[in-house]
Design a binder for this molecule. Structure first.
Ligand code: ADE
Length: 263
């Protein structure tokens, strides 16, 4: 594939998870399809389409399929927030998915628990090259921009000291996890999960089915417990946008140097 043919789809569920990107897009053109605004143009010189999917697996599956079929994107990245499921992952940390699973998929006894019927798969792998770039972008954001973009007051409010970038399994479901009971069920059934959210695994399944490489990055907004409704809203209001913009900007600057995508 030649570099000119690359067209990146950038998806987030909510406005705060993708703030600032449309504003810096060159020659933006907005098209409405199925209640979503798809904004096509160039981000730092690279053909891109930005869209807000809204929340949940169906919403993101429809958006992802439209991005691929109607807008011809060749690669997809998803940026947003997630709840942490283990102590080692803290609010303000960043998780880049190497695999994704739908924690609410259960067609047993017809199919094994978590398996997406007729795919033979429960876990969907993200693209290694794209995910590596996103991890590097996240690290660069933390080391080069974090202190100047996130105010001391916000860092103190959320006890964010030195954020860490993790790579691992993310679980998605049509459920906002906000009780110990819900969290324990996920941990018991899927002990390797680092974070929970409501879209990633659905986007991953659609990308798998269309053969489109994808990567998913999530900033931790809450601990998927009784505090999560309050933490989630405050984190979205005050912090999520700075992370999302910083990570995506770093990602595009790495992408421009990258030979892999143009091979
Ligand atoms: N996204 C961010 N926090 C979440 C949570 N606790 N449950 C599901 N999705 C989330």
């Amino acid at each position: 594939m030649s570099p000119q043919k690359i067209k990146i789809g950038v998806i987030s569920a909510l406005r705060e998870e993708q703030a600032g990107l449309i504003e810096v897009m060159q020659d933006p053109v907005t098209l409405k399809r199925g209640m979503r605004n798809y904004v096509s143009g160039r981000l730092w010189g690279i053909e891109s389409v930005c869209v807000l999917s809204r929340i949940g697996k169906v919403a993101v599956a429809a958006t992802t399929a439209t991005l691929i079929e109607s807008f011809g994107v060749t690669h997809i990245i998803f940026t947003g927030v997630a709840g942490a499921t283990v102590k080692a992952v803290r609010i303000g940390d960043i998780v880049v998915a190497n695999q994704l699973v739908q924690h609410d998929m259960n067609a047993s006894p017809l199919f094994p628990r978590f398996e997406v019927p007729l795919t033979g798969l429960s876990h969907f792998y993200s693209d290694k090259a794209l995910s590596t770039l996103l991890s590097q972008a996240a690290s660069q954001f933390i080391h080069q921009e974090f202190l100047e973009t996130i105010s001391e007051a916000s860092r103190q409010e959320f006890f964010i000291d030195r954020p860490v970038v993790h790579e691992g399994l993310i679980a998605s479901g049509d459920q906002f996890i906000s009780t110990a009971l819900e969290l324990n069920q996920i941990n018991d059934n899927l002990p390797d999960v680092l974070a929970v959210e409501m879209e990633g695994a659905a986007a991953a399944q659609v990308c798998f089915e269309f053969g489109i490489p994808f990567a998913i990055v999530r900033t931790i907004s809450d601990n998927a417990n009784e505090d999560s409704p309050v933490d989630f809203v405050k984190f979205l209001e005050k912090i999520a946008a700075c992370y999302a913009y910083g990570i995506v900007r770093q990602f595009y600057s790495l992408l421009k140097e990258e030979k892999l995508l143009s091979a």
